[in-house]
Ligand binder design. Structure first.
Ligand code: XBP
Ligand code: MG
Length: 247
């Protein structure tokens, strides 16, 4: 029985990476007087590192013009990441759209009493900004659990965020279904024993998604992703070894 739907955030709920996070990282670099900028292609490579602070730190370790000591690099990454999140919040405040079908599926969950949770590697402040913009001030009441970077420091593909969401909701892996857009996100859900459908996003359009319950370009192309469709995917996988099936 489907008791809960767990949402990934970036790329799944909204297309936030290309014009949101990426540009905000670049603004933080520029503000700090650093001659670094991630173009569309380079950002695709750095997106493999989940977590914005971790992404900056990995980049600093690679650059010869970054501080040589790990402690200084860590301090710089934290500083840049804080500023990056402030720039990201500014971007979200200008107005952002959910991906097609997301709000409809969230409403369907509410109407049918299916609990919802968030399991993301992104910072709490970014989740706050995004969902307040999409759903309004009382957005938290919609979710039985909101698991962010601060709650689950072991980032996807580690299953920590998903395991914590299960624990906080008091549900078992075979009773829930996850929605993701990235290979690391899919791996995290599967490692927690959760069946997972993938909605391709701009940055992972060509990625391979082995073990997805299904793989789609969006939630709306016929047949649209509804709770009935998710229930049928969950029962056909038994919530365990989900196989990729195009629907
Ligand atoms: C995607 C991420 C995040 C964002 C940046 O998270 O990897 O790191 O790119 O946000 P998800 P932060 O798909 O799990 O929602 O700077 O706050 O980490
Ligand atoms: Mg994602």
């Amino acid at each position: 029985m489907l008791r809960a739907l767990i949402w990934d955030v970036d790329g799944t709920v909204a297309e936030t990476e290309r014009d949101g996070h990426r540009v905000a990282f670049n603004r933080a670099f520029a503000e700090a007087g650093l001659p670094w900028a991630w173009d569309l292609q380079e950002y695709a490579e750095w997106l493999e590192v989940t977590g914005g602070r971790e992404r900056i730190l990995a980049y600093l370790r690679r650059r010869s013009d970054a501080p040589a000591g790990e402690a200084e690099r860590d301090a710089l990454a934290r500083r840049l990441h804080r500023r990056k999140n402030a720039f990201y919040a500014e971007w979200v405040a200008q107005g952002i759209a959910a991906r097609p079908g997301v709000l409809r599926l969230m409403d369907e969950c509410r109407a049918e009493g299916v609990a919802q949770a968030i399991a993301t590697t992104t910072s709490r402040a970014n989740v706050e900004a995004l969902f307040a913009s999409l759903l309004g001030a009382g957005w938290q009441t919609r979710f039985a659990a909101v698991v962010c970077a601060e709650d689950a420091p072991a980032k996807k593909p580690d299953p920590q965020a998903y395991r914590l969401a299960l624990q906080r909701m008091g549900v078992l892996p075979h009773e829930v279904f996850a929605l993701e857009d990235s290979p690391n996100g899919l791996r995290a859900a599967r490692a927690a024993g959760i069946a997972c459908g993938v909605i391709r996003s701009a940055y992972f359009a060509a990625a391979r998604f082995e073990g997805a319950a299904w793989l789609r370009d969006d939630l709306v192309a016929p047949p649209p992703v509804t709770l009935a469709l998710i229930r049928s995917a969950l029962s056909s996988t038994g919530g365990r070894a989900a196989e990729t099936a195009a629907i």
